[in-house]
Design a protein around this ligand. Structure first.
Ligand code: CA
Length: 257
């Protein structure tokens, strides 16, 4: 996977900066990360998004021309699309419609200067999972992307089991109503279990979702055990869910009976 943009023909310095992006994107790809298709014609916004997303560990395929973005979508299904609406050759809503027809499973986040309620409603009603108005705060965009990609099967921003509650947009946990402050990895682990809604979660899935490891590694097994005991210590008290070991299968977070 490389990052590239189309039609930079009149802008030599643009080509130059893109060369740096290609280099970094290859590094990101080597770690087996998720692909984001970015459709954005503003050079500054595009460059800063590519930089930020690569630093966050994603591989980015950046397109300026809508038609080329459609082609890229067909050739290489991205994990998520970040879509600007005002593009040189076509309107973003047209692109959204085509993406939806071709594969409605790919989440599309609109990022646009159009702040009118009508435009936002149109975007969401036509299948976009999110709509961010420019100017935007990159950390918020990143949090929303992470949320969408982590919960590819569930768009729930709020997860609960017993007295444990996760607010995924704020990355905040509560137990018995009190804020439960945990390190990021423990948070990811708990949210991974919560998303399963009482179903078993395999060690492979935990390795993938929590440690971003494309395959199960024995070195991670011990670490997973350590985290499980830490989480069990935290999940104390009436109504707290129980973290159960399913021998040979994985783990399950369930309500105490
Ligand atoms: Ca634009």
């Amino acid at each position: 996977m490389t990052v590239w943009a189309d039609s930079p023909r009149n802008l030599p310095e643009y080509m130059f900066s893109l060369a740096g992006i290609v280099l970094k994107a290859k590094v990101a790809y080597g770690r087996g990360m998720k692909d984001i298709l970015l459709v954005e014609d503003d050079k500054n916004v595009g460059e800063s998004l590519v930089d930020g997303l690569i630093q966050a560990g994603y591989a980015v395929n950046w397109h300026i021309i809508g038609g080329k973005a459609l082609k890229a979508f067909r050739e290489n299904r991205p994990a998520l699309v970040v879509l600007d609406l005002g593009l040189p050759d076509m309107d973003g809503f047209q692109i959204l419609e085509t993406f939806q027809q071709e594969d409605a499973q790919v989440p599309v986040m609109i990022l646009s200067a159009r702040s009118e309620v009508d435009s936002r409603v149109q975007g969401l009603e036509n299948g976009a999972v999110d709509y961010l108005v420019k100017p935007f705060a990159f950390p918020e965009l990143l949090a929303r992307i992470r949320l969408r990609l982590r919960g590819a099967l569930s768009a729930d921003a709020d997860l609960s089991l017993g007295t444990l509650h996760a607010d995924c947009l704020r990355r905040e946990l509560r137990l018995h109503g009190d804020l439960l402050e945990v390190p990021p990895r423990e948070y990811d682990f708990l949210v991974c279990l919560l998303r399963a809604k009482g179903q078993a979660v395999s060690r492979e899935q935990i390795a993938r979702d929590v440690w971003k490891s494309p395959q199960r590694m024995s070195s991670l097994d011990n670490l997973i055990d350590v985290y499980v005991s830490r989480l069990r210590e935290r999940l104390q008290g009436e109504g707290a869910p129980v973290l159960r070991t399913l021998r040979g299968v994985g783990y399950r977070l369930e309500e105490k009976r």
